[in-house]
Design a protein around this ligand. Structure first.
Ligand code: ADE
Length: 230
């Protein structure tokens, strides 16, 4: 990859990257600052997306316009798969926007009408790289699965069950599928890596507050390990 794009959802991750990457230049557009530099001998460009699908979409398109030839997205998520615990890692096989709902017109939940596809496939080589990196750092704590994104913080058992059963999601977050769609529209390979900060249930807000800093440190370590092996 000529230029590795890295998007973090949280300030903590971007700060950690900022400390490790030798930054050569930066620019700001649409309120987002992009840093370019060298990391483990590779050219990288990284930024913080902000929360939600619109921020993530704008951020990703600008990252690609700046020449990123692949995209790694990291952050935290709420676990949907009952086998996942807080601190575990999900590597995206694909991403779906779970709040895309045009069911009254006969489209299945999550389907974007008149768009070529709605279940955006992550790049299998990046998935493997990310999964192996995650397993080296946190053995037995990584899962490859479907990442569901929506402009909602999920915090109820009923929603968790619905999202897991009807859409087959491993975890829920608020950006991945927007990044995925923009990459897909531009024919650029991507992978989403999420560490579980909560189980998207009634305790999610408490767990999220407690585990987000640790989870973002883990996300940074995985990115570090992936880029080392790219
Ligand atoms: N990110 C972390 N936890 C989440 C949750 N429960 N819902 C949506 N996004 C999240």
């Amino acid at each position: 990859y000529s230029k590795i794009g890295i998007i973090g959802a949280m300030a903590e991750e971007i700060e950690l990257l900022h400390k490790q990457v030798e930054v050569a230049s930066e620019f700001t557009k649409a309120g987002i600052t992009y840093y370019e530099g060298t990391f483990h001998g590779k050219t990288v460009i990284f930024c913080k997306s902000g929360v939600g699908k619109v921020n993530a979409a704008v951020c990703t398109q600008l990252l690609l316009d700046a020449g990123a030839s692949c995209v790694l997205f990291t952050g935290v998520a709420g676990a949907l798969d009952p086998s996942l615990n807080i601190g575990d890692i999900v590597v995206s096989t694909s991403c779906v926007q779970h709040d895309m709902d045009v069911t009254p017109l006969g489209f299945a939940k999550g389907v974007i009408p008149f768009h070529p596809n709605s279940d955006f496939q992550a790049d299998s080589q990046l998935v493997q790289l990310a999964f192996e990196a995650s397993e080296r750092l946190f053995p037995g704590r990584s899962l490859k699965g479907k990442v569901l994104s929506g402009d909602q913080f999920i915090a109820s058992r009923e929603t968790v069950e619905m999202l897991h059963q009807t859409l087959g999601g491993a975890c829920a977050e608020m950006e991945g599928a927007a990044v995925a769609q923009v990459c897909d529209m531009n024919n650029i390979p991507f992978v989403v890596i999420r560490s579980m900060s909560d189980k998207a249930d009634g305790s999610a807000h408490v767990n999220f507050a407690e585990f987000t800093v640790e989870a973002s440190t883990n996300s940074f370590r995985i990115i570090d390990e992936i880029v080392k092996h790219m």
